[in-house]
Design a protein around this ligand. Structure first.
Ligand code: URA
Length: 418
């Protein structure tokens, strides 16, 4: 058999295990029972190698996935679907935590419960409970590791609304590396861009009053195309700054601004590398990215002030179509025109409790995104181990085959198809 044929062939039990989430033994049993049809033929030998382009039908197996045809509980897929890795972009809502469990808040993984094999998906890095914006979600452990690895130096662009103007001297201080008095390790160099006063309205000003919210946001969105400066809709000025960091330390952006005397009132991640948050993505929504799209996260881009203002305005625009439950409690009340002070206070208490828990967790976990991510990766690896329990020489052969060009090989020799 020609080499190019070999790399397009995979063992049936492996394909079925990946598609169903069953162990390799479970998949073998299913195949032996005659539940698997390959290109119209029932195959009962689990070791049979099948072409990745062949249609597979697994009896009794169905899913909610939209990209597959379903018929009477049977799902028609190709063997290649078994190895497809997914990368989504999510607009993280306010009030959601990126850890796997939380006593007081919803967890981000609840946002992808409806996807195929949701248990395999993990957030790439973490955002604070009150931070919104761009979060990648993937089932590709190797890519997750790459994006969070300090070696890759992926730039994270945040836009912060502050309680007061940022002193000009902060720009040089950020470049030099900020030393927080309560922390031993100096922060790595960060790029600070102080935006013009009232460069964008405060988000609550965009959202309120509810009746004119949509038109206010549309007007702001249109205005940004021609000018970086937008007059605030309210008399109180807004102070915005953009900061690019590479580290991903716990509360990093808030801590950096704290040292220069500013409090972060609103924090949105608007870009990872050159990948930006689309204005069409409402809070809580996620969208599958093509390889060309997610690869932008690994590219660098030096955002200008105009581009940053356009990004924050586009983000505010996306809030117009967001479900009120994803907005901060005070904004939720503005949009709905309802809500009690008691409810807001309870919500604030819950946020404080969760922050305390997160602080403890982060301290125990050496506070780094990458360290946190490592533990997430261990989970992924453990899941993969469950699937790939019966190692065979095919895996070794796959790993040795470096000529696969339509896909790549994972660290464990798994195919990665996007
Ligand atoms: N820095 C912060 O302070 N919070 C985040 O969520 C991300 C970076």
């Amino acid at each position: 058999m020609a080499k190019s044929d070999t790399k397009e062939m995979q063992r049936l039990d492996k394909c079925v295990a990946h598609l169903t989430g069953l162990s390799r033994q479970g998949a073998t049993k299913l195949i032996k029972e005659g539940a698997v049809t390959v290109a119209g033929v029932v195959i009962t030998d689990a070791k049979t190698k099948v072409s990745l382009s062949m249609p597979l039908v697994i009896a009794g197996f169905s899913s909610d996935s939209e990209d597959t045809k379903e018929a009477q509980g049977e799902r028609i897929v190709t063997a290649a679907d078994a190895f497809k890795k997914r990368v989504y972009i999510l607009n993280k809502p306010y009030g959601y935590v990126c850890s796997s469990r939380d006593k007081n808040h919803s967890v981000v993984s609840s946002l992808w419960r409806g996807e195929l094999h949701p248990e395999r998906l993990q957030a790439v890095g973490r955002l604070d409970v009150d931070t919104t914006g761009l979060l990648l979600v993937t089932d590709d452990g190797a890519l997750n590791h790459e994006l969070t690895s300090p070696k890759k130096n992926v730039a994270k662009l945040y836009v912060a609304r502050l309680d007061r103007p940022v002193p000009e001297s902060a720009v040089a201080a950020f470049v030099a590396g900020i030393k927080h008095p309560e922390e031993s390790q100096r922060y790595q160099s960060a790029k600070l861009l102080i935006l013009p006063e009232n460069a964008a309205p405060a988000t609550e000003q965009v959202l309120a009053p509810a009746s004119s919210a949509a038109s206010a946001a549309s007007a702001a969105f249109a205005a940004v195309a021609s000018s970086a400066e937008i007059a605030s809709t309210e008399s109180s000025p807004t102070y915005w700054a953009a900061v690019t960091v590479h580290e991903g330390r716990f509360h990093e952006v808030k801590r950096l601004f704290e040292v220069v005397g500013c409090e972060v009132l609103e924090l949105v991640r608007v870009a990872l590398g050159a990948l930006t948050l689309p204005s069409t993505l409402s809070l809580g929504q996620m969208q599958l990215l093509s390889k060309e799209q997610w690869r932008q996260a690994l590219e660098s881009h030096d955002f200008t002030a105009d581009e940053v203002v356009a990004l924050i305005t586009a983000y505010q625009y996306s809030l117009q179509s967001s479900a009120p439950m994803y907005l901060p409690p005070a904004w939720m009340q503005l949009v709905l025109g309802v809500g009690s002070t008691a409810a807001a206070a309870a919500s604030a208490d819950a946020a404080a409790a969760s922050e305390a828990d997160a602080e403890a967790e982060a301290a125990a976990d050496s506070t780094e995104d990458s360290a946190l991510q490592d533990s997430a990766l261990t989970d992924i690896d453990e899941q993969d181990d469950l699937v790939d329990d019966d190692d065979d020489d095919d895996d070794a052969a796959d790993a040795a085959d470096t000529e696969v060009d339509f896909d790549e090989l994972d660290e464990d020799g798994e195919l990665r198809i996007y």
